[in-house]
Design a protein around this ligand. Structure first.
Ligand SMILES: Cc1cc2nc3c(=O)[nH]c(=O)nc-3n(C[C@H](O)[C@H](O)[C@H](O)COP(=O)(O)OP(=O)(O)OC[C@H]3O[C@@H](n4cnc5c(N)ncnc54)[C@H](O)[C@@H]3O)c2cc1C
Length: 292
């Protein structure tokens, strides 16, 4: 196939990075995204980019986008494993995680999702079609046509599903693929005032391994402290995903009774609008091609 055209469904992390990479390779691409605004997207939780991810972004993105990513991303800081008394079990500082002298494209980074998406969106206005919710595709000869809820269609040589964990493209292509509930439930939130917190919680990411149940992840992003408390879903009230922010904060605090006051301050002073509960899902291995 010479000079193929590509339709990408989903303008998230994968779809936008791929669009840049294809354009740099001279391939015609259009991206169809159901939302309109940069912030109509997942809440601004921090995402960790490993050296493999940084290398992929560096290779896919035009230099201005890479610079925008670099300006928004922090080196990641150190990483610690803490007791529930907020004392170190094991800690790695920045120089042990990012090899000194490693090139920019071979490093670990932390970045908020909204800022990552902003860096990926720049320069794609001419190929990004917003407000397009994919419903299904059909094939005619070697071409594939995507259909959207507004009645419009898009036809190309190749259709790529980058429409996230609940992908409608995957549901049609691989109906036997299943999402798996890991049995873990997480309550997560953001504290807008990281400066008021203990230094351990504001200078690096941590996992708290308590003497009893549960675990707590913490990290810092753009002056805010983020956290996620996880435990077996069966140990939470069955209607917990319907709780509001203040009720979720109170629930987590009741579950970490006896832990260091540092963790209580982190959770109690979180913005209730950012606190939510979700079941952690995964996916099983699946044959990539339909059998019929
Ligand atoms: C709390 C949390 C923390 C995470 N932390 C990390 C981390 O530190 N590092 C890491 O590598 N990964 C992390 N992940 C996983 C990471 O977020 C995903 O792997 C990544 O976002 C997947 O990218 P994607 O492009 O496939 O999908 P998404 O980023 O989810 O993007 C999918 C896009 O498709 C759009 N879309 C969906 N359906 C349709 C439709 N029908 N029509 C049109 N558009 C549609 C959506 O609006 C969205 O913009 C985390 C996930 C969560 C929930």
């Amino acid at each position: 196939m010479t000079n193929p055209s590509v339709t990408i469904i989903g303008g998230g992390v994968g779809g936008l990075a791929l669009a840049h990479g294809l354009r740099r390779a001279g391939i015609r691409v259009d991206v169809y995204e159901r939302t309109y605004e940069r912030t109509d997207w997942l809440q601004g939780y921090r995402i960790h980019i490993s050296p493999a991810g940084a290398r992929a972004l560096h290779d896919c993105l035009p230099p201005p986008n890479w610079q925008e990513f670099r300006a928004a991303a922090s080196p990641g800081g150190g990483f610690g494993f803490l007791t529930d008394r907020a004392t170190d079990l094991l800690a790695f500082d920045e120089s042990e995680i990012n090899r000194p002298g490693a090139p920019e494209s071979e490093r670990h980074y932390g970045i908020g999702r909204i800022r990552l998406r902003a860096a990926l969106l720049s320069g794609l206005d001419d190929v990004l079609h917003r407000g397009k919710t994919f419903t299904h595709y059909d094939r005619t000869g070697d071409r594939v046509t995507a259909h959207f809820t507004d009645g419009t269609t898009a036809t190309a040589d190749l259709l790529i599903g980058a429409d996230g964990a609940n992908s409608a493209v995957r549901a049609q292509l691989l109906p036997h693929a299943q999402r798996i509930d890991t049995g873990v439930l997480t309550i997560a939130g953001r504290n807008p005032d990281a400066a008021s917190l203990a230094p351990t919680l504001t200078t690096r990411a941590n996992i708290v391994l308590p003497r009893a149940r549960g675990s707590l992840f913490t990290a810092v992003e753009s002056g805010e402290a983020i956290w996620g408390y996880s435990d077996a879903a069966g140990t939470f009230p069955t209607d917990v995903t319907g709780y509001d922010g203040p009720a979720l904060r109170a629930l987590v605090r009741s579950r970490i009774d006896g832990w260091s006051p540092d963790f209580h301050a982190l959770i109690e002073n979180s913005d209730p609008a950012t606190v939510n509960a979700f079941h952690v899902k995964s996916a099983g291995p699946v044959s990539p091609w339909p059998t019929t």
